[in-house]
Design a protein around this ligand. Structure first.
Ligand SMILES: C[S@@+](CC[C@H](N)C(=O)[O-])C[C@H]1O[C@@H](n2cnc3c(N)ncnc32)[C@H](O)[C@@H]1O
Length: 263
């Protein structure tokens, strides 16, 4: 289980510099595969600072668009933009729409939510006729950036504090989602893409992960312990992701995409 990290989200860190574009690109790629011409109701689950929601608003200008997030800082940032989007502070774990929804979009959010069998069935049930559920989640939990968090968390000074609290526990293999959604009345599509992200600057992978996967670590350690953890992690990342001679640090990132279109 991931410990509640809703108060740790920092919209500025999440969207900092080139990271904003890199984090939004999978949302664009996912949206390109959403087959719905004229939805009336569109919901962005885990809308963050509103970057993914603005894409939905841009594509379907006549739809009623709602952005849902359980982090107050994210909803505050999202609602500072001048749009007619309905921003709501709510938890995906118990979210239930008042009326069926034509497009439910969740870019980089459902990996924070437990019980994917129950969750995906519930979201598919919330679709209107011909509606689409579109999901993107990181699927790089075996990569060095995440594995190193797990390794350092195993050290004796952190083990008891971090056991069972790291990000990634909820995500299942692609075939799990394919099998699950194929049993429903509709069409499922599951695929993966690995982005070779070019990062620059000092400790760029650390900066990336600070905005997401390090949040549960930070949430569960004292400030001093988190500083110790971060120093160990920074050194390990430098070895795992060396800076090339042109100043670029290549940070491969695998993501899983799922669309389900109901009949
Ligand atoms: C990585 S950000 C994704 C933001 C945006 N959708 C994007 O495309 O970049 C994940 C967001 O999911 C939100 N989130 C995580 N767990 C949630 C939950 N149980 N209910 C609602 N929002 C949640 C976080 O607060 C965060 O804003």
């Amino acid at each position: 289980m991931v410990t509640d990290s809703r108060n740790r989200w920092n919209p500025a860190q999440y969207m900092k510099g080139a990271m904003g574009d890199l984090r939004t690109r999978p949302a664009v790629d996912l949206l390109n595969r959403v087959n719905h011409d004229n939805p009336r109701r569109v919901v962005d689950l885990g809308c963050g600072p509103g970057n993914s929601t603005m894409l939905l608003r841009g594509r379907w200008t006549d739809a009623a668009v709602t952005g849902i997030d359980n982090a107050p800082a994210m909803i505050e940032k999202a609602s500072s933009s001048d749009t007619d989007i309905d921003w709501q502070l709510a938890d995906i774990g118990d979210w239930q729409p008042a009326e069926p929804v034509d497009v439910i979009f969740a870019n980089a959010s459902l990996h924070w939510v437990p019980d994917h069998a129950g969750l995906f069935i519930r979201l598919a049930d919330a679709l209107a006729e011909g509606g689409v559920l579109a999901v993107q989640m990181p699927n790089n939990f075996a990569s060095s950036s995440h594995a190193l968090i797990g390794e350092i968390a195993e050290r004796s000074e952190f083990r008891a504090l971090l056991a069972g609290k790291l990000l990634g526990d909820h995500v299942q293999p692609p075939t799990f989602y394919h099998d699950l959604m194929r049993g429903l009345d509709g069409t499922v599509d599951v695929w993966e893409t690995e982005y070779l992200q070019s990062l620059t600057g000092e400790d760029p992978v650390l900066e990336w992960v600070r905005g997401t996967a390090l949040l549960p670590v930070q949430q569960n350690l004292t400030a001093d312990d988190f500083a110790t953890f971060t120093a160990l992690y920074r050194d390990a990342l430098k070895r795992a992701y060396p800076v090339a001679t042109d100043g670029v640090t290549v940070f491969p990132f695998r993501r899983m995409f799922i669309t389900f279109k109901g009949r």
